[in-house]
Ligand binder design. Sequence first.
Ligand code: ATP
Ligand code: MG
Length: 346
Amino acid sequence: KKIIFSGIQPTGIPHLGNYLGALKQWKHLQDTSDKADSLIYCIVDLHAITIPRHCKLLAQSKREMLAALLAIGLDPQRSTIFHQSAVPAHSELQWILSCTASTGYLSRMTQWKSKLQSQSLSLSPSETTTSNPALRHGLFSYPILQAADILTYRATHVPVGEDQSQHLEFARECVTNFNHTFGSNIFYPPKTILSPAKRVMSLLDPTRKMSKSDPNPKSTILVTDDQQTIKKKIRGAVTDSGNFVTYDPERRKGVANLLEILSHLREDGATPAQIAEEMKGEGLVVLKKAVIEAVDAELAPIREKYAELLANESYLKQVQRLGKEKALKKAASTMRMVRTAVGLDD
Ligand code: ATP
Ligand code: MG
């Protein structure tokens, strides 16, 4: 029996990278999994506050994310869909895991190192990284909370994009540390599930992944973008000076990204190289046109459903309550075992 868990931050509307790399897989798992398997999908609001944002904006983003998850076809009856902060066990387990987690391991995380680097670039020469008030502990210990999210449900499988592989490796380390320290065997190392679209790149800089937190809206396609916006953004996608179609992911990253997006949306499963072959002799306009059509066809039903759902406040509230109830119950059963293993029973 599988327990599938994954999360997404309410830091904006999901983009094509989130959709192809994670959410589409969540839906696929929902549609194909055994009835006995559990599916737990979490809107991780506690992770979202590692970068400060206004309370009204966070509340709005949480609502929008819930509507987006339902719009892509997640079913609140079949799947448990809820907000992380509604289940205090995540934070409690994070503390317990942090007592056996290695700071050395955490400081080697790529995501932390890149934050460190980008923050120190903006420092004046007289400042040091250690005195930089922008480097918060929450950003550093983020992977422990992520491990707690997964282990609160004793998940067996975690579908994520490639950028999360290292954090999942760390979650497995947390399992080893916990079991070793407390002489327990209640946790099992969760497996990573990577979808074929494990890394969709930014439309403006094909060396960086597409991200919700990218300040330039032209770098991402949101699952709610209308046809005109999709057209504009894909037409503006950065490629290179060669006006021909070849699949060369090393030297032509921008073109390769477009071919990969198209390949993930093609029902016949054509590979990026095969699509490039089909378009031999054509210019990039033809490729971009095909990408626009495929993306728009995939997203049109999602954006329609999204608009409907967002307007239905009472339904969203109802889904939120149902998810919270189901998640609290599952979490309580793990936490009973955890407290006994650690010696925290009343
Ligand atoms: P943020 O910039 O706020 O971190 P994000 O775009 O990285 O936003 P997350 O909420 O951190 O989105 O991640 C949600 C899921 O989407 C994760 O499983 C992550 O691996 C996946 N994901 C994020 N970006 C991409 C991408 N460009 N390609 C494929 N998968 C992605
Ligand atoms: Mg992210």
